[in-house]
Structure formats: structure tokens, C-alpha cells
Ligand binder design. Structure first.
Ligand code: HEM
Length: 457
């Protein structure tokens, strides 16, 4: 890991100004282009809202407040219906839903900031779960914005800053950074939904897989040995019929709605579930139930703005135990059976996430991350552990020790957040040399010239 990065302005390499420009241009993906989209979206939203004001008989605030207290497995049935319901792009950005509780939301933001280190780690590991669902993985392969370690570095750095802004400022405040980022993300989702749903089926089929491309996949067989030993709670999972990576007949039948309410809700689960279900394992040791309720409420609001209808919003209940039961049901009935069917595409995409993030967070490692997730979810991981290097095993145990015990010591939480924030700031303002080195890095899987699927090292 490079420490002490210089900013682009500090570099004196005059000869490579043009190249610098190119690299900076690519990196601006995170900033300028997105800002513009954001402004456009805000303007569109403002227009939409003005129109909504004219056409709506009743303002949104007067709608009936319903507590969707549907619990656990019953909620999964509701979600299944959501697989055919598209993303709602018409939610007004500047009006608060009637159920919104400003105090609770503030508590949720404070929770996100206080336990940032562990919560970000939980969100990163959740990607392994989300990638085991077709609705979570295929759109990312389709856009091609995170299919290499370098692009994944850019993509997830951008994501973490956007999510951070939702913790730092009030997303309903039109002048806030959170509000601007929400507009950008809504626009990205609307765009991806439009592009995928309007695409020609054959065209789409080749764009949602990495088949025939260079794939970084070295641990799948070992992982499968662990996963095959494990018998999940649910063997005939209805969700797998539509979402398993290993079954590819659904696309052909033409029934898929991309970026649907089910996908959105399951992605929202990825931002909340591990933190509220396994707080100890993610460094959250002295939070109150009200803090967790606040965090779930914050994500209910963010989900609402992102176009999740309340019926499908995993955080829509005011009862924290209902939210926990829903998340638990997703893990036991869907995530665990889905993880058993992961593919080389899954390993490649998750590897890119981990490698991209390791550019600025030292100690981030694919095997360690997967082992930690399996440990948290109570899935066997002995074969994976046996394949890990001595260094990786040590890292794994260090992760366990730091998150489960060290974080209990006052000051450690703040210190970890400080280190994380510093790494993020540095990654956002990298030197041109550092950026070039990362961009030009060639991995073994890229050298071989053919897909490295299977057991290779
Ligand atoms: C609560 C649910 C969700 C949240 C909080 C969320 C969050 C985000 C964020 C923060 C970004 C910005 C990334 C950047 O700055 O580059 C983003 C972009 C994106 N999201 Fe989502 N997302 C959600 C649901 C989904 C779903 C359900 C899908 C697909 C089915 C999806 C697919 C994408 C894609 C394709 C992009 C564009 C960037 C890329 O191609 O990787 N998101 N999302």
C-alpha cells in the first residue's frame, strides 16, 4: 500500500502532461461528469415535482402511513412479487414521506458515522452476497464500470463517498451534498434500467456475462468444497428459480425486469443487514436498539428516494425486530442457497472489488474477506482456510480480533475511522504516478491470455 500520496497538483512530471490529462480525465468519472448528471437530474426532478404539484390532488405528505410489518418469510413472498415491478423513478426528491422521522434519521446518520469502519466493511462483504444474485451481478457486468481492479477502485471509491455523504448530511436538504449524490445515483439507476430493459435480448445476453473474457478465478473450486459441505435451511428456494447465477433460462423466457423492486430491496439489504444482525462482528459494540432503529430508518428513507416502494422496502417497519427478521430470512432462505451456486463471474467481480479497495485500504484481501463472511454467516470455510497463505491466515485472525475485541476499547473506534477517512481522502486525491501505476498494473490472470477458470494459482 502506498502511503503519503502526493496530489496531482504536486507532481512535476512535465513530459507526461498529456498522459496526466488522460488519467485525470478518466478519474474525473467520479466527480465532474457525475455532478453534471446530478444537476440535470435535480432540474428534472424539480420539473417533475412542479408538474406533480399541478396534477396531484393530494400532496404526498398526506398519504396514509402504513407500517408494513410483514415479517420474515412472508416478506420474501412480497419481494418475489417485486421481481416484475420496475424501479420507481417518479419519487419526488424534495418532499419528505409522511412516515419520516427527522430525529430518528439523524440518529441513523450518527450511527453510520460512529461505526463507519465496521459498517463500511460489512457493506463491502455484502457485495459477495449481492453478486451471488443475478439481479445484483449482471447490471454491473453490463455497464463494465467495475470489471477490472482499476475500474472497481474508481467505482467503489465513488460509491463510498456517495454513501458517506448520506451519513454526513441530510439527504432531504436540497443544498446538501447528500441530496446531490442522491440525484446522481437515481439518474445512474434510471439510465441502467432503461438501457437494460430496452436492450435487444441477444445483445444483452452476451453483455451480462464475462464468458470468453479474461477472468480472475482461482479459488472457486476450493470454495465450492466448503459450500457443498453446507446444507442451507432451504433447499428448494423459489428465489433461486429467478435469481441463481447458475441457471440461465430466465433471460431467454423474456420475463426479466432489470433493476426491479426485488433487486433494489436486496441491494438495500446489503447496506443494512450485516451491521444490524451481527454488530459485534463488525465492531459495533455499544450501540443501543434506538441507534439501530435509526440506522434502519435512515436506510428506509434512502431506499424510498431510490425508488423502492414501501411495500418492498426492507426497512419499512418501525419495529427493528421485523427488519431483523426480514434480513435474517434473506440470508437463510436466499443468500445461503445462492452462495452455493456462485460462478467464475462472481469470483472475478468480487476479486476486483477487493483488489480495487486494497489500493487504499491495506490488508484487504479476497480470501480473507470471503472467509470472514462465511465465518459470520456460519458457513464452513475450512478448505478455504487451508488454501490461504500463512500471511492471509494471520490477516484473517487479525480481522477477527480487531473487529470483535479491539473495537471495544474506547478510542480504537475513532482511530480506525480516522485511518479510513485518511485513506479515502488520499485515494480521492492521488498523485498521477500512483494512479498510472495502478492503472497500468498487469495481473497474472491478464497475462495468461485465456480465461483462468478453475484451480490455477
Ligand atoms: C438501495 C439500493 C441501492 C443503492 C443504495 C445503490 C447505490 C449506488 C451508488 C452509491 C451508486 C454510485 C456509484 C458511482 O458513484 O459510481 C450506484 C450506481 C449504480 N448502481 Fe446502484 N444502488 C442500489 C441499487 C442498485 C440495483 C438494484 C442495481 C442493479 C440492479 C444497481 C446498479 C447500479 C449500477 C449499474 C450503477 C452504475 C455504476 C456501475 O456501473 O457500476 N444499483 N448505486
Amino acid at each position: 500500500m502506498v502511503v503519503g500520496l502526493k496530489t496531482a497538483a504536486e507532481t512535476s512530471d512535465g513530459a507526461s502532461l498529456v498522459e496526466n490529462e488522460i488519467i485525470t480525465e478518466r478519474f474525473r468519472y467520479i466527480n465532474d461528469e457525475m455532478k453534471q448528471i446530478g444537476t440535470k437530474e435535480i432540474n428534472n426532478d424539480a420539473k417533475e415535482n412542479r408538474m406533480a404539484d399541478v396534477t396531484r390532488q393530494e400532496p404526498i405528505q398526506t398519504e396514509t402511513v402504513v407500517d408494513y410489518g410483514v415479517c420474515g418469510e412472508e416478506f420474501l413472498q412480497v419481494l418475489l412479487e417485486g421481481a416484475t415491478v420496475p424501479l420507481n423513478t417518479q419519487v419526488p426528491m424534495n418532499s419528505r414521506p409522511p412516515w419520516m422521522d427527522a430525529e430518528l434519521m439523524k440518529k441513523g446518520r450518527e450511527f453510520g458515522m460512529k461505526y463507519l469502519f465496521g459498517i463500511v466493511y460489512a457493506q463491502m462483504l455484502s457485495l459477495a452476497i449481492l453478486f451471488s444474485f443475478r439481479g445484483g451481478l449482471e447490471p454491473l457486468i453490463f455497464t463494465g464500470k467495475s470489471g477490472t481492479p482499476f475500474t472497481a477502485f474508481q467505482r467503489y471509491l465513488s460509491t463510498v463517498f456517495r454513501v458517506l455523504s448520506w451519513y454526513q448530511s441530510d439527504v432531504f436538504d436540497e443544498d446538501s451534498e447528500a441530496h446531490k449524490n442522491m440525484a446522481v445515483v437515481r439518474n445512474l439507476h434510471a439510465s441502467i434500467s432503461r438501457r437494460m430493459n430496452e436492450a435487444n435480448r441477444d445483445d444483452l445476453k452476451s453483455k451480462v456475462t464475462l464468458e470468453g473474457k479474461e477472468i480472475w478465478c482461482t479459488h472457486l473450486e476450493t470454495l465450492k468444497k466448503d459450500l457443498n459441505e453446507f446444507k442451507p435451511d432451504c433447499l428448494s428456494c423459489p428465489f433461486l428459480e429467478i435469481s441463481s447465477l447458475a441457471r440461465n433460462d430466465f433471460t431467454e423466457s423474456g420475463k426479466v425486469v432489470y433493476v426491479n423492486q426485488l433487486d433494489l430491496s436486496v441491494t438495500q439489504f446489503g447496506f443494512v443487514a450485516l451491521g444490524i444482525l451481527y454488530p459485534q462482528q463488525f465492531g459495533v459494540h455499544d450501540a443501543t436498539e434506538e441507534d439501530f432503529r435509526g440506522f434502519a430508518h435512515l436506510w428506509r428513507c434512502l431506499g424510498y428516494l431510490l425508488g423502492i416502494e414501501d411495500r418492498y422496502n426492507i426497512c419499512s417497519s418501525e419495529d427493528l425486530e421485523v427488519t431483523r427478521a426480514r434480513c435474517r430470512a434473506v440470508i437463510e432462505k436466499w443468500a445461503k442457497p445462492s452462495l452455493k451456486e456462485v460462478t467464475p463471474d462472481w469470483e472475478h467481480m468480487f476479486r476486483c472489488v477487493i483488489e480495487g479497495i486494497s489500493y487504499y485500504v491495506p490488508g484487504n484481501n479476497f480470501s480473507v474477506a470471503v472467509a470472514y463472511l462465511l465465518w459470520v454467516l456460519d458457513i464452513p470455510y475450512s478448505n478455504l482456510l487451508a488454501k490461504m497463505t500463512w500471511m492471509e491466515r494471520m490477516l484473517f485472525h487479525t480481522h477477527c480480533f480487531v473487529l470483535n475485541y479491539m473495537m471495544r476499547i474506547p478510542g480504537n473506534l475513532r482511530f480506525s475511522n480516522f485511518l479510513l477517512n485518511r485513506s479515502l481522502r488520499r485515494a480521492r486525491n492521488p498523485s498521477i504516478e500512483w494512479l498510472r501505476e495502478k492503472r497500468e498494473k498487469v495481473y497474472d490472470y491478464q497475462k495468461l491470455g485465456s480465461p483462468t477458470v478453475g484451480t490455477g494459482s
